[in-house]
Design a protein around this ligand. Structure first.
Ligand SMILES: Cc1ncc(COP(=O)(O)O)c(C=O)c1O
Length: 428
């Protein structure tokens, strides 16, 4: 039997995580299903940023680099993120964007292979990987080919393709843990072990996993990882990202964006570059202090759930919310025009549910715009993909019930057919 609205309210009333919603500021009439794109605003953030601006910046001025400890924010925030991704505190640093960090770790991994296995010059990834990952890999290959030659990006389409590509002795395997389109999840431990058996170093993009579920980078033996601050870490639009480098690689790792903040002694202003010890060498320039403070508040909000079971409890709730969405969508008119492409198996899925719109029956983009007008906010990805993120820290079961009711009504009433819903905005 499909759950009723009253059933959902009853589950919410028993939910030990329900109180976390109070730690976020959300418009009362909005059902927010896009935490996989931009996390919600933690209640603490605005006050902390206002204080940092008027007090630390306005009054403290340059003194605040020391007095307000701005200077080591990347390390401090990185240490907190480490707790969320199963890494040692010393192996994570917050900085730059995911794209920029990917450039740094990809080059670092290839430099290591130049020393250890000079014949290995191929980066393996998936054709469906997030475009920025592939563009950055192309850029790194171009950079290295200008001097050395032979670097290339090899894209695979499925597991067989991956196994064959690994058997070909690549330098690096670069994968996104959770697919941004389908929400399907790779087995990080098994794939890392397989790649290592073939001598490849492994880079994980955790954009859709960090803060959404417990991760175990160290246990999986990951070599490098990058991740995003503005999705499940709730760091705000354009928040700094993070880098993980396994301790065993750090002292020899070189990265090409060798700016002064990654120098061993930035304030000695030496003319030559000497990399800092450890993970700090993955910094480049001056930290984005205000963004970093907002990220810190976002990460603290998640760490604040530790007494309630932390990421394991959040993950269980996110899966339950996703199951509820799938069950309800399958019980109404949405079933006939939208096909679930997210795996149902919890071992294979992330924190979003994605549906492919049947383009012969509905315009997926227009349906999403009609939903957004009715205050149900998900997002749309070309072609024909409707994504609904289940951010468990602030989503209630009744929200999912109401969202699917509005989705079913939008489809049954064909209200999405109104012309204005077809007009494309720049960000979808
Ligand atoms: C898997 C993945 N990698 C990287 C990015 C984006 O990185 P950046 O923050 O550099 O724009 C995204 C953005 O959605 C993503 O989904």
């Amino acid at each position: 039997m499909t759950p009723s609205r009253a059933d959902c309210l009853a589950i919410d009333s028993r939910d030990p995580l329900a109180g976390l919603r109070e730690r976020f500021t959300l418009p009362a009439d909005v059902i927010y299903l896009d935490g996989n794109s931009l996390g919600a605003l933690p209640r603490a953030t605005a006050g902390l940023i206002a204080k940092a601006i008027s007090g630390d910046w306005g009054e403290g001025l340059i003194r605040s680099w020391n007095d307000a400890h701005w200077v080591d924010l990347p390390q401090r925030v990185g240490q907190k993120i480490a707790r969320l991704i199963g890494a040692r505190a010393a192996d994570v640093i917050a900085c730059d964007s995911t794209s920029v960090n990917l450039f740094k770790v990809l080059a670092a991994a290839l430099f290591i292979q130049q020393d250890d296995a000079p014949g290995r010059k191929t980066i393996v990834s998936e054709r469906g990987n997030f475009p920025t990952d592939l563009y950055v890999a192309e850029g790194v290959c171009d950079m290295l080919n200008a001097t050395t030659g032979g670097y290339r990006l090899h894209l695979v389409d499925d597991k067989d393709g991956l196994a064959a590509a690994l058997a070909d002795q690549p330098a690096v395997l670069m994968l996104t843990h959770i697919d941004y389109r389908s929400g399907s999840m790779h087995d990080m431990a098994a794939i890392t072990a397989l790649a290592h058996r073939h001598g490849a170093l492994v880079i994980w993009d955790l954009a859709h996993s960090a803060g959404a579920m417990p991760l175990e980078l160290d246990r999986c033996g990951a070599d490098f990882a990058v991740g995003c601050g503005y999705k499940y870490l709730n760091g705000g639009p354009g928040a700094p990202a993070f880098v993980f480098v396994a301790g065993r690689h750090q002292q020899r790792a070189r990265q090409p964006l060798s700016g002064w903040f990654g120098h061993a002694s930035p304030f000695r202003f030496e003319s030559g570059y000497r990399a800092a010890n450890g993970i700090s060498r993955f910094l480049s320039g001056t930290p984005q202090v205000l963004g970093m403070l907002a990220l810190d508040a976002g990460v603290d909000t998640l760490l604040g759930a530790e007494p309630l079971g932390g990421l394991a409890a959040l993950r269980a709730k996110s899966l339950a919310l996703g199951d509820l969405f799938i069950t309800l969508a399958n019980a109404g008119p949405a079933r006939d025009v939208m096909k679930l492409i997210t795996p149902k198996d919890p071992r294979q899925r992330g924190s979003q549910v994605s549906f492919l719109a049947d383009s012969s029956r509905i315009d997926g983009y227009a349906v999403m715009q009609a939903l957004i007008e009715r205050k149900v906010i998900g997002d749309y990805r070309d072609p024909d993909l409707l994504r609904f993120g289940m951010a468990p820290a602030y989503l209630r079961y009744v929200d999912v019930f109401d969202a699917v009711a509005i989705l079913n009504d939008t489809i049954a009433s064909r209200s999405w057919e109104e012309e204005r819903f077809a007009l494309r905005a720049e960000v979808t």
